[in-house]
Ligand binder design. Structure first.
Ligand SMILES: O=C(O)CCC(=O)C(=O)O
Length: 269
């Protein structure tokens, strides 16, 4: 699958794109696999706060295959180039609201998130909200829109009242957005299911120290490797193209993450 020039222009302009029903035919096994990950860890989601598992798809070989899937890889290749990097994944039971934020401020390369919500959601019950165009960090709007992260104080409006697009979803829809895009969600239940794949353009050779810092910053937990073992174990040559740069950057990863908490844990945002 390759994005059309209109889809690429839409993403460049607004910073997100929705693919309705893209994984509809596969959503039964995807949901089963999603549900199978959580019992692998001690903590049970009790609805009192978000439960997040990182890395997520890396826990199950079948979920890992999403990185190879022609639809997912096609989106990634179109937006990031043939040698895109797989940058990890998180799986969540969300509880309640997520305030306005960007996932990063990346100027050197494009970082995207592919998000699958496994429940039917609209703006009233926790659908992802995005502020179109807010990924353009350095234009006037991209600078001023930062105020939404303290919207009450700066703009006199509560988070849910910030003008935005709510991306209604049914299971099988695929949302893709630039990490630089402001996003949030409001009104969700105590058991909103969602997982992500993070992907980016390959780091330039002069930015490999930055990559090493990135994988440390995003480790969240003490780990042997940035990737879960199922991800590397089940990788064929095509997938390895998307793993090799991070793999090489991991080096003494276990040592570098040894002071972080260990999964299983409930993690706060
Ligand atoms: O669905 C949500 O509550 C927020 C998702 C989000 O912030 C993210 O994946 O970065």
């Amino acid at each position: 699958m390759e994005l059309t020039k209109e889809q690429l222009a839409f993403f460049d302009t607004f910073g997100f794109i929705k693919f309705s029903g893209l994984l509809k035919a596969d959503i039964a096994w995807i949901t089963e696999e999603f549900e199978a990950v959580f019992p692998m860890f001690e903590e049970k989601h009790d609805g009192s706060r978000r439960t997040m598992i990182v890395p997520f798809v890396d826990q199950r070989e079948q979920l890992c295959s999403l990185v190879d899937d022609a639809r997912i890889a096609g989106i990634a290749r179109s937006l990031l180039g043939d040698d895109f990097n797989y940058m990890g994944s998180d799986g969540n039971y969300y509880t309640g609201d997520t305030g306005w934020h960007r996932d990063g401020e990346n100027r050197a390369r494009r970082h995207i998130k592919i998000a699958l919500y496994l429940d039917t959601l609209d703006g009233s019950n926790g659908a992802l909200r995005v502020i179109p165009g807010s990924h353009r960090l350095d234009d006037q709007f991209g600078i001023e829109v930062r105020q939404v992260s303290k919207s009450q104080a700066a703009l006199g409006i509560a988070g849910p009242d910030v003008p935005a697009v709510a991306l209604d979803v049914v299971p099988g829809d695929v949302l893709v957005f630039d990490h630089n895009l402001f996003h949030a969600s409001f009104g969700g239940s105590t058991h909103r299911r969602m997982f992500t794949l993070n992907l980016c353009e390959r780091f330039k050779s002069e930015a490999l120290e930055e990559l090493r810092a990135y994988v440390l910053l995003h480790s969240h937990y003490r780990r042997e490797h940035y990737y879960g073992s199922a991800m590397l174990r089940s990788a064929g040559p095509a997938r390895m193209v998307h793993l090799e740069q991070v793999d090489a950057a991991c080096g003494d990863y276990a040592e570098r993450t040894k002071d972080l908490p260990q999964l299983p844990l409930k993690a706060l945002i």
